[in-house]
Design a protein around this ligand. Structure first.
Ligand SMILES: Nc1ncnc2c1ncn2[C@@H]1O[C@H](COP(=O)(O)OP(=O)(O)O)[C@@H](O)[C@H]1O
Ligand SMILES: [Mg+2]
Length: 384
């Protein structure tokens, strides 16, 4: 697989993240506090451990004040605001306050009931994280339903939703099974958080997990979650850039609807990169994704319509990008192929009509290349 490079793109906006679930005890407050601290990105060289590289506000929207109690010990590298909201309070005012927070990240800890507060959180958030206790996937349903309802009412199609398997116990294969079940909801599934007494012990000590047990399993899980959240944030920012310039590759009009007649299949074994790249392209095209060659082939064979483009990673465990492209071209002779890789050594031998994109690339480069391949006679002058 080699080293995977990240896609570079600038983010200059506040990322608002809500941690919600109807079910209590699934780890909302634990996630919100530790994720906020991890996102603050404390430099190892910082003299003052309360000083992160990014400014993060932790909003406690739960009247039980768990996150606030955590924070009041004074050891968390974030600011915090106690902003519970009951039915009688002014929701609009609450949403305005959250929207006005001009920092790098805002993380909102939600109460364990779905009502006006949760809805308000979903209305102001770019990303909703739903911790789902292991073995209890059904408990996520009402929250996911509410996310969908809110999406239908928002002009930007947000918020994104990340389902996170929580309090995982036992062997890794059992844990993967739970993630697979969660995928059936059709939302992105993040890396899981294992059951660990370190979370409660850190809370007792008034510390976040990265201070209490740096690089222990619990901290590693939070780091992986933060990594996933950051790449989703990049995707949100990228799709927003698309909107502000009001263009669509090849579309010929200024609507922001994806071109559902133009399907592309994106394949990468790096889940973060897959999420990021599909996020970059989903506003313009109908996007299918797969995490390896075998899954991609199955997707392709199950998909009844035309697939215009295969955008695949080069090196993947099992079937390589070249092998996948060869097999798919046999099934679908008209398909365009774009392979992306950090591969730098040796000669690349590509079939005629196949294209190559070296990693790392910037978002605009990817979009321009894809638009150029799909609409060769219409390359927009706005796509740089
Ligand atoms: N991954 C985990 N492993 C072990 N204990 C956890 C984990 N996540 C949460 N807990 C514990 O479970 C209890 C409830 O978690 P909390 O984050 O307050 O849930 P919620 O906010 O969803 O009600 C707390 O005592 C917390 O320390
Ligand atoms: Mg809580």
């Amino acid at each position: 697989m080699g080293t995977k490079s990240q896609v570079f793109c600038q983010v200059d906006r506040t990322m608002r993240i809500g941690v919600t679930n109807l079910k209590s005890g699934c780890g909302k407050s634990t996630f919100a506090v530790n994720l906020a601290c991890e996102l603050a990105d404390i430099s190892v060289t910082a003299i003052d451990r309360w000083q992160g590289n990014r400014r993060v506000v932790l909003v406690d929207a739960d009247a039980n004040g768990t996150a606030m109690r955590y924070w009041s010990g004074g050891r968390l590298p974030v600011s915090a605001e106690y902003m519970p909201l009951d039915g009688s309070a002014n929701v609009r005012h609450w949403m305005d306050r959250v929207r006005e927070m001009a920092v790098d990240d805002v993380v909102v800890d939600a109460p364990s009931h779905l009502d006006v507060v949760t809805k308000a959180i979903m209305l102001v958030s770019d990303l909703i994280i739903v911790p789902v206790s292991a073995g209890d996937p059904a408990s996520a349903s009402p929250t996911i339903e509410m996310v969908k309802e809110v999406r239908a009412s928002r002009s930007d199609g947000g918020p994104r939703c990340l389902l996170v398997p929580a309090r995982l116990e036992g062997a890794a294969d059992g844990r993967n099974g739970f993630a697979t079940t969660l995928r059936e909801f059709g939302e992105t599934v993040g890396p899981g958080i294992r059951q660990s007494s370190a979370f409660a012990d850190a809370f007792q000590a008034g510390q976040w997990i990265g201070e209490f047990a740096p690089n222990g399993d619990a901290h590693k899980d939070i780091k992986a979650l933060a990594e996933n959240v950051r790449s989703l944030g990049l995707a949100v920012a990228a799709t927003e850039n698309d909107k502000t310039t009001a263009r669509r590759p090849g579309g010929g009009n200024n609507t922001m609807e994806p071109d559902l007649n133009c399907t592309i299949l994106i394949v990468d074994d790096d889940a973060n990169l897959l999420t990021l790249v599909s996020g970059l392209l989903a506003k313009s095209y109908n996007v299918l994704t797969a995490c390896n060659g075998a899954v991609a082939l199955r997707q392709s064979r199950d998909f009844k319509g035309e697939i215009r483009l295969l955008l695949s990673d080069f090196q993947m465990p099992g079937m390589s990008g070249i092998e996948l492209a060869t097999a798919m071209t046999l099934d679908r002779p008209g398909i365009k192929v774009l392979l992306m890789s950090g591969f730098t050594e040796g000669m690349l031998v590509l079939n005629e009509g196949w294209h190559f994109l070296p990693k790392p690339f910037v978002a605009s480069q990817l979009r321009a290349l894809v638009a150029g391949l799909l609409y060769p006679d219409k390359i927009s002058r706005f796509v740089k």
